[in-house]
Design a protein around this ligand. Structure first.
Ligand code: NAG
Ligand code: NAG
Ligand code: NAG
Ligand code: NAG
Ligand code: ZN
Length: 602
C-alpha cells in the first residue's frame, strides 16, 4: 500500500504542490521570518544548540512553527451571539416544553406525509406519483401561516417551492437555505422490519421515528420553524432570504433543484446569492478528544464507467482459452490491483480539516500533528500523513478517488460463448484528480488487456483505436473489441473558500454559539471540552448543491446536528432526537439574526 503511494504519487504530488505554491510559499516565508525573530530572541537568552546553525530547527521552535501554521490555516472562529433585545426572545425560547411540544407536532406531521421520489418517475404532470407533493405544500402553507403570508412563493416545475422573504435592502445579495421535500422510498417488504411504522410519526419520548425524520424533514421543517418564529417577532431582514425546496434530491435533482437553479439564474443572475446552506456535512463530532463542527465546503466528483466487451461468441464445446467473461475478469483484476493515488493539497477541503484536527485535537499523536502541520514543506511529513490516511478506509477516500466494480452482466446460455459482456464501475472523484484521470486510467488498463488478447478498443469519444496490429476494428473481428462509455460525469465541486470569508465567519460563529452555549450533549464523553472547532470538510456523495454552483461561490452543506442524535437515514428505523431537532431550529434562527446584525453594522 505504502509502496503504492510512493511509486506513483509523491512525484505527481510534487507537481500538484507547484500549482498551489503561491499561497503556501508566502505563508512559509512569513513563518520563517517570525521563526527567525524567535530564534534571535532565544539567542541572547540561552545556549544555542549547534543544530540551528546547520539548518535544523530545534524542537521548541518546531513546536512554535507548528502552532503558527495550524492557526494560520485553521483560524479560531469568533463566537457570534445575537444582541439581546426586547423584540427577540432568542434561542432559549426553543428550550421550553411548550416549544418542544409544538416543534414535535409540526415535524411529526411532516414525517406522516410520505413523499417518496422514485428513479423511474415520469415527467411532472404526467406521472401521478408526484401528486403527493401537493399535500406537502398544503401542509407547509397551513403550518407556517406567517411564511405563507409574508413571503413570495414561486412554484418551479410545479412542486419546486421557492419562498422569497424580501429584505429591506434589495442591493444586498440574497442568502439561501435549501432542503428537499422528497424522501427515500420505503420498500414494501421492509415495512414490517421497522420497530415503529415508517409513516406513523411515532415519538418514544426521545426520538421521532419515520422515513424522512432525518433526511431531510429535520432540515426543511427546522428552517421553516426558525423563519416562522422570527416573523412572529416582527423580523424584517435587511437581506432577502430565499428558501429553495427541491423534490427529487434522492434521484439526483433533475426535476427539482435543476429547475430551481434555472429559475433563480434567470431572475437574479450568476453569482447573485451571497451564500447557500444545504443539508450535508458531518454535523458536530468528537474527534481526537475535541469537539468539531464539519460543514462541507466541497463534494467529490462522480463518474460511472461502462465497459462492453463485444466478441463473436461461438459454441461452448470449442472455446478459446479465455471467453469474454474471462477476459473481463482479467481486466477487473488489473483495474482493482491499482488503487487511485492519495493526494493532499489546499485544493481539497479535507486538507483544512486535517489542519483543524491537528490544531485542536487534544489527543492526537504529536508526531502526526507535526506531520500534518508540515506536510506542505516536508516530503517525509507528507508521506507519513498519506500513509496514515491510506491505512484507514474511513478517511482514505477523502484524499483519493474510489473505484467500485458494482455491476457485471454477460452470458445468456450455458452452451453458448458470451458475445457481449458489460461491467460498470462507480467512481467518486477526489480533489486533485478529475474524471479525465479516471477515463485515462481505464483506457490504459483496457489497452493493456486488449493487447494481451488481441482485441481492439473504441475509446470514450467513440474513436476506434488501432495499434494492436490492425488498423480497423472491422478487420480484426472475430477477436472482438472493447467499447468505453462514461455516465453521470461530474467533476469535484468548486471549493468554497473559508479563509477571510465573511459568510464562513458568520456560519462558524453561529455554530460556536449554538453548539457551545445552547446544546446539551447527553451522550458525550464528559472529558471533551465544550468548545467547538469549526472546520471545512468534504462530502463523498452529492447533494442538491451540485445544481447550484453558478448561483454562489459560497456553498455549504451543513446539517446542524450533534453526533449520536440521528440514525439510519435511507434505512430501516430512521430516527432523530427531538432535542437535536430543536438545536437545529435554534441554529437557523441565530444564523438569520447574525447575518442581519452583520448587515446592519455595514
Ligand atoms: C402539545 O401539542 C398538541 C398538538 O399541537 C396539543 O394538542 C397539546 O395540548 C400540547 N400539549 C402541551 C402540554 O402543550
Ligand atoms: C444597502 O446595502 C448597501 C451595501 O451594504 C449599503 O451600501 C447601503 O447603504 C444599504 N442601503 C440602505 C438603504 O440601508
Ligand atoms: C452490449 O451490451 C450493452 C449493455 O446491454 C449495450 O449497451 C451494447 O449496445 C451492446 N453492444 C453490442 C454490440 O451488442
Ligand atoms: C469568500 O469566498 C468567495 C469564494 O468562495 C469569494 O468570492 C469571496 O470574495 C470571499 N471573501 C469574502 C470576504 O466573502
Ligand atoms: Zn437528503
Amino acid at each position: 500500500m505504502i509502496q503504492d503511494i510512493e511509486d506513483r504519487d509523491l512525484k505527481k504530488d510534487g507537481e500538484l504542490d507547484l500549482s498551489s505554491k503561491k499561497t503556501s510559499t508566502s505563508r512559509k516565508i512569513l513563518s520563517t521570518v517570525v521563526l527567525g525573530a524567535i530564534t534571535l530572541a532565544l539567542l541572547g537568552a540561552k545556549f544555542l544548540p549547534t543544530a540551528v546553525f546547520s539548518g535544523c530547527k530545534s524542537s521548541s521552535n518546531q513546536e512554535i512553527d507548528t502552532q503558527m501554521i495550524l492557526e494560520d490555516l485553521c483560524p479560531t472562529a469568533e463566537k457570534l451571539i445575537p444582541e439581546e433585545s426586547t423584540q427577540f426572545a432568542g434561542i432559549t425560547q426553543f428550550g421550553t416544553p411548550e416549544y418542544k411540544n409544538h416543534s414535535l407536532s409540526v415535524w411529526r406531521d411532516a414525517v406522516r406525509l410520505y413523499t417518496p421520489s422514485f428513479d423511474d418517475l415520469g415527467p411532472v404532470g404526467e406521472d401521478s406519483r408526484w401528486d403527493v407533493f401537493f399535500k406537502f405544500e398544503d401542509y407547509l402553507m397551513k403550518t407556517f401561516p406567517l411564511m405563507a403570508k409574508k413571503s413570495e412563493l414561486v412554484h418551479v416545475n410545479t412542486h419546486g417551492l421557492v419562498f422569497i422573504l424580501h429584505g429591506k435592502n434589495e442591493t444586498l445579495k440574497p442568502m439561501m437555505l435549501t432542503a428537499h421535500q422528497d424522501v427515500v422510498p420505503v420498500p414494501d417488504d421492509t415495512v414490517p422490519r421497522w420497530k415503529h411504522s415508517p409513516f406513523g410519526g411515532y415519538f418514544d419520548g426521545k426520538f421521532l421515528w419515520g422515513r424522512g425524520s432525518s433526511d431531510c424533514r429535520n432540515n426543511l421543517i427546522g428552517i421553516m420553524e426558525a423563519a416562522e418564529a422570527l416573523l412572529s417577532e416582527g423580523f424584517k431582514p435587511e437581506r432577502s432570504l430565499i428558501l429553495g425546496f427541491g423534490f427529487d434530491e434522492e434521484c439526483s435533482g433533475e426535476q427539482g433543484a435543476a429547475h430551481i437553479n434555472e429559475y433563480l439564474l434567470k431572475r437574479f443572475g450568476e453569482d447573485s446569492i451571497e451564500f447557500l446552506i444545504d443539508e450535508g456535512g458531518l454535523g458536530i463530532q468528537d474527534l481526537y478528544g475535541s469537539r468539531f463542527s464539519l460543514p462541507a465546503t466541497g463534494e467529490k466528483g462522480y463518474v460511472d464507467i461502462v465497459i462492453n466487451l463485444v466478441t463473436n461468441g461461438g459454441h461452448s464445446s470449442v472455446p478459446p482459452d479465455h471467453t469474454s467473461i474471462g477476459i473481463i475478469s482479467d481486466l477487473i483484476q488489473t483495474i482493482e490491483t491499482k488503487r487511485y493515488p492519495l493526494r493532499i493539497s489546499e485544493n481539497n477541503p479535507f486538507y483544512f480539516q486535517l489542519k483543524c484536527e491537528a490544531k485542536s485535537g487534544r489527543t492526537m499523536d504529536p508526531l502526526l500533528r507535526d506531520s500534518i502541520a508540515h506536510l506542505d514543506s516536508s516530503c517525509s511529513a507528507k508521506t507519513r500523513v498519506l500513509e496514515m490516511l491510506d491505512d484507514d478506509i474511513n478517511v482514505r477516500y477523502l484524499a483519493s478517488t474510489s473505484q467500485a466494480v458494482d455491476i457485471i452482466d454477460g452470458g445468456l446460455k450455458i452452451n453458448a460463448l458470451p458475445e457481449n459482456v458489460t461491467v460498470k464501475i462507480n467512481h467518486r472523484v477526489a480533489y486533485d484528480s478529475s474524471t479525465d484521470e479516471v477515463k485515462a486510467k481505464i483506457l490504459s488498463k483496457v489497452s493493456v488487456i486488449a493487447e494481451k488478447y488481441n482485441l481492439a478498443v473504441r475509446d470514450f469519444a467513440g474513436k476506434e483505436i488501432s495499434g494492436f496490429g490492425h488498423s480497423k476494428i472491422s478487420e480484426i473481428l472475430p477477436s472482438g473489441y472493447f467499447e468505453l462509455h462514461s455516465e453521470q460525469e461530474l467533476g469535484p465541486a468548486p471549493i468554497t473558500k473559508t479563509l477571510n470569508n465573511k459568510s464562513w465567519d458568520i456560519l462558524s460563529g453561529t455554530i460556536r454559539h449554538v453548539f457551545e452555549d445552547f446544546v446539551s450533549y447527553p451522550d458525550a464523553d464528559p472529558a471533551v471540552p465544550s468548545d467547538v472547532t469549526v472546520s471545512p470538510s468534504v462530502m463523498t456523495g452529492n447533494t442538491d448543491t451540485k445544481h447550484y454552483w453558478a448561483l454562489t461561490k459560497n456553498l455549504y452543506r451543513f446539517t446542524p446536528i450533534r453526533q449520536n442524535a440521528r440514525f439510519n437515514a435511507h434505512a430501516i428505523d430512521e430516527r432523530v432526537e427531538l432535542n437535536a431537532h430543536i438545536d437545529g431550529v435554534a441554529f437557523y434562527y441565530d444564523l438569520l439574526r447574525n447575518v442581519d446584525e452583520n448587515d446592519r453594522q455595514n
